[in-house]
Design a protein. Sequence first.
Length: 224
Amino acid sequence: MSYSSKKLESIKDTKYQEFQSKLVPNIPKESILGIKSPELKRIAKEIFLSKDREDFLASLPHHYYEENLIHFFIIALIKDFDECIKEVDKFLPYVDCWPVSDQGCPKVFKKHHKELLEHVKRWIASSHIYTARFGLRILMNEYLDDDFKEEYLSLAASKKGEDYYLKMMVAWYFATALAKQYDATVIYFENHKLDDWVHKKAIQKALESYRVSEEHKRYLKSLR
């Protein structure tokens, strides 16, 4: 496959573009074509297996929102950990919206938690909103189960900022932590260790979650 943005333009969906543009109001509507994720993942796999892979990954910044999604879908297919980290670091400064930040899920991360952690901390510390959001999401996805440590809660709580998408990610992290590591996490709400907005939003999301028990939900309501 020889990649070109014109190929994406040829399969755009105006109705889906309208839908997507409402979900991502902080980027220009004209940068969104309206192509659903399954098709973008198919294209990403084709590029990943083709001679155009290196050229595509090097062609930053991209013009279209969908190109950024394809970029992260390609990175997610890289099996070598060091190469994957290298490509993530090259791409993160160009991420300009929450759906692209949230789509990056490299499979190789699950096999390298020990080495990954230093990168997660570095991403969270970034002043770039979507790099920090990406780091928080990886902390949520990879370190709330068998490899959980209470210090990771402090790491997430320490990330401050007024940006809506950053605060929402911190709230999402703590709502998920309430579902997976309740005993360690609820202390942050009992002692009001989080910013007020994050505190309330995390409880709201926990109350909406089927993974949080009814008993825990009743108690969380008293902490709002």
